[in-house]
Ligand binder design. Structure first.
Ligand SMILES: NC(=O)C1=CN([C@@H]2O[C@H](COP(=O)(O)OP(=O)(O)OC[C@H]3O[C@@H](n4cnc5c(N)ncnc54)[C@H](OP(=O)(O)O)[C@@H]3O)[C@@H](O)[C@H]2O)C=CC1
Ligand SMILES: CC(=O)C(=O)O
Ligand SMILES: [Mg+2]
Length: 763
């Protein structure tokens, strides 16, 4: 590495400098805006939880954030591979670890850089922090002090103490080795392992590999002094001595001859191309020094194309880095109030990671790799750090292991509910969608997807089959569906789905006849009808539903909403008594779930259309298990102006009051009135609408669509929907920006739509 800043360095400096400097801030989780809030959060109210904790220390888990806070503690003596750059210079790295805790596992990591080199004093300082934290993650403390420090703290503290560079690294390395040997068809008991590095990370990795079956006599350790051999005196310590071998070999260059695995946890550039040449067939090269590895992957590719290569970096495949482990391991440990992190919990983590790499890849994994889909193989030995399934697999495995080994103070009794909670963290839509998915599961409703060639649809269909959310039917050219499903690494699609191939389907003639019968008197010639049926897959999907070959349809991922509305209107039509379709959108932010109506279809609805769509939307809210609280929106507040929207909303309110006297609805009002009860009650003290409105009805599509897109951008809210209301048969149109998860959500809603109609028809 030169001292000249590269453009990547400049970018990293700019990233960290961006106001506010650094990567972390602390946020309050309780409201603190009134005198009352203040008296609860602070004096006098705060005395009550303090006294409760004085009586029972475990109550700290109920009244403070302690159970979810982990200290990331260092003395700055082995910062990445940069050496002893000191505690202050290590702060960006420690802030980084804290951010990873938050981002990947919703744990509050607090970085603590301690200016203390004496291990005993360091231990005293960290041990004294016990009341503040639910766990201690030791980071970048050099060997051999780190071994003493960790042992002493584990003995003194009643919370998990975990040296990330030792055990986090050992866990992810053992997962990668397990999978790598599976690919090269070698056995751990037989392989020869050579390390560069005999520090915290390297020795801990070797210990775990030996536990898993590697034989000590097959291992040679090297460090700054060369091979660690029996009788060596320079730079030795008892932890290295454990791996000292009776051998004449003295250098890495000699030791590497015939090795199957190179395990680099030392410094940049230590492994030279000429050494690599001497390794055994199909070697594994784990060049894990950060930020620059022992050898660059492109050099390995040139010299040994048969090698499996891993680095600790994010910009190459196979990132073997402890980030894939520590956030989730702590998540599971904290969630059961574990008093320690033991070997069983570590092995459970390694096994969960290794197994996940062999599962079907997801859309998120493809995104993490710039769109390229990775399946288990030489370039995908371990999961990507952005794989959302890591937390879903690792945290429950760790919690279970903690319980089985008797270190869980608060065992989880309902594992399914725990998994649900993790799922809700990963997929923000999870919580609100839960009743919908519960109702949709085990459904045999047939859902036809108009854009069956789209990868998002293919992935959604795969999960729908796995989770029993209806029975997918895909419209698309068979060879394209098959090729894309293969590229996406899917297992059930296309094998377990019906495909309607527009280029080759025996029903084509029937579809054309049916379509012409519907639109023939609206200026469409038989020839044009034939072209539409061959080229417009939304029309085919609608015809399949109309003809009873499917129970619901889904379209919209590949072209604008309006184009699909026309086909749905023409073929499926409107339900009895409905004069216009409408689209209901759900925005999910950290604090609230808010439905917006109508975000997509009707430009300027009349009062009676507003009443009609509001009632349809209220039925839909029931599917989510939500009682509607409806605000009819306008720039006018309860008669303050007579603008057209105010007049329309007043009339809509009168209609709704007549049609649904028990509905909690009021208007016309502005957005603040709708969401802030105190403001509303000042303007209209006897408003029947209580609390915060959850269904916002807009006077025009301009207002609703602009509000929705602005809110999404400003708050980062997640959009679920749009949910099409008023169709004769179940039909939904998603938006072009939908993800596979969005398509799956809409699949579940469509399946529930089918079930609700069946129940309604049965009376
Ligand atoms: N990818 C990942 O997830 C992780 C990567 N690492 C990386 O591993 C490296 C070591 O970290 P850690 O174990 O915590 O640090 P330690 O300070 O505990 O150990 C460093 C080891 O590397 C040896 N070493 C240093 N320079 C050389 C060299 N030029 N040639 C041979 N050996 C050398 C040292 O030798 P000696 O004993 O003689 O001083 C020591 O044994 C760092 O680069 C770090 O970034 C660490 C943790 C996780
Ligand atoms: C990844 C890590 O912890 C290190 O390189 O030190
Ligand atoms: Mg580290």
């Amino acid at each position: 590495m030169t001292d000249e800043p590269t453009s990547a360095d400049e970018s990293a400096l700019a990233y960290h400098r961006l106001d506010p400097p650094g990567k972390l801030e602390i946020r309050a989780t309780k409201p603190l805006s009134t005198q009352r809030d203040l008296s609860l959060a602070y004096s006098p109210g705060v005395a009550a939880p303090s006294l409760a904790i004085a009586k029972d220390p475990l109550a700290a888990l109920d009244y403070t954030a302690r159970g979810n806070v982990v200290a990331v503690v260092t003395n700055g003596t082995a910062v990445l591979g940069l050496g002893a750059i000191g505690p202050l210079a290590s702060k960006p790295v420690m802030e980084g670890k804290a951010v990873l805790f938050k981002k990947f596992a919703n744990i509050d990591g607090i970085d603590i850089e301690v200016d203390e080199l004496d291990p005993d004093k360091f231990v005293d300082i960290v041990a004294a922090l016990e009341p503040s934290f639910g766990g201690i993650n030791l980071e970048d403390i050099r060997a051999p002090e780190c071994f003493l420090v960790e042992e002493a703290l584990k003995a003194r503290m009643g919370i998990p103490v975990f040296h990330d560079d030792q055990h986090g690294t050992a866990i992810i390395v053992s997962a990668a080795v397990k999978n790598g040997l599976m690919i090269s068809d070698k056995s751990l008991a037989d392989v020869r392992i050579v390390t560069a590095g005999a520090g915290a990370a390297a020795l801990s990795c070797l210990n775990l590999l030996v536990t898993m079956g590697a034989r000590p006599e097959n291992i040679i350790v090297t460090d700054l002094e060369g091979v660690v051999y029996e009788g060596r005196e320079a730079l030795m310590d008892p932890w290295k001595a454990k791996f000292a071998r009776k051998t004449e070999l003295r250098t890495l260059a000699e030791a590497i001859d015939g090795a199957d695995i190179f395990l680099g946890l030392s410094a940049a550039g230590v492994l030279k191309p000429e050494m690599l040449k001497k390794m055994a067939q199909n070697p594994m090269v784990l060049a894990l020094a950060n930020p620059n590895p022992e050898i660059m992957p492109e050099v390995v590719a040139e010299v040994r194309p048969d090698a499996l290569v891993c680095t600790g970096r994010s910009d190459y495949p196979n990132q073997v880095n402890n980030v894939i482990c520590f956030p989730y391991l702590f998540r599971g440990a904290l969630d059961v109030g574990a008093t320690e992190i033991n070997e069983t919990m570590k092995v459970a983590t390694a096994e969960a990671i290794a197994a996940l790499a062999r599962e079907r890849p997801t859309e998120e994994v493809a995104k993490a790799y710039g769109g390229a889909v990775k399946t288990f193989g030489p370039e995908y030995l371990i999961p990507a750090p952005f794989d959302p399934r890591l937390i879903l697999r690792i945290a429950p495995a760790v919690a279970k292991a903690a319980q089985e080994t008797g270190v869980a103070q608060r065992p989880i009794t309902d594992m399914a509910a725990y998994r649900d909670r993790l799922n809700r963290f990963v997929f923000r839509s999870g919580s609100i969608m839960k009743p919908v998915f519960e109702k949709a599961s085990q459904s045999t409703a047939r859902v036809v997807y108009a854009e069956g060639e789209d990868e998002r649809v293919l992935r959604a269909a795969e999960i729908a089959i796995e989770e029993g959310i209806g029975v997918p039917i895909l419209i698309g050219r068979r060879r394209v569906v098959e090729a894309r499903a293969r590229r996406a690494g899917l297992k059930r699609v296309p094998f377990q789905v019906e495909i309607i191939d527009p280029e080759d389907d025996p029903r084509y003639r029937d579809y054309v006849e049916d379509y012409f019968a519907l639109v023939g008197r609206r200026g469409i010639t038989p020839e044009a009808a034939r072209t539409v049926v061959r080229t417009n897959t939304t029309v085919i999907a609608a015809l399949a539903v109309k003809r009873g070959e499917a129970d619901a349809m889904l379209c919209g991922v590949e072209s604008p909403f309006n184009q699909h509305v026309k086909a749905v209107r023409d073929v499926i039509g409107l339900a009895d008594g409905v004069t216009e379709l409408a689209a209901l959108s759900l925005l999910l932010s950290d604090r609230r779930a808010t439905f917006l109506l109508d975000t997509q279809v009707c430009d300027t609805p009349t009062a009676s259309q507003i009443a009609e769509m509001t009632l349809l939307a209220c039925d839909q809210l029931a599917a989510f298990g939500i009682s509607p609280r409806v605000a009819l929106l306008s720039a006018s507040r309860f008669g303050s102006r007579d603008i057209p929207s105010a007049v329309t909303m007043r009339e809509a309110l009168a209609r709704l009051n007549a049609l649904a006297p028990n509905l909690e609805v009021d208007g016309e009002m502005n957005g603040e009135d709708a969401l802030n009860e105190a403001v509303r009650l000042r303007a209209m003290p006897d408003s029947p609408l209580k609390g915060e409105a959850n269904l916002l009805v807009f006077p025009t599509i301009d207002a609703s669509h602009i509000a929705m897109t602005l809110l999404k951008e400003i708050t980062g809210a997640l959009h679920v929907g749009p949910i099409l209301l008023g169709t004769r048969l179940p039909a939904h149109i998603v938006t072009q920006s939908s993800t596979a998860r969005g398509v799956l959500n809409m699949t579940a809603l469509a399946v529930v739509d089918v079930a609700n109609r069946v129940t309604k028809a049965a009376g």
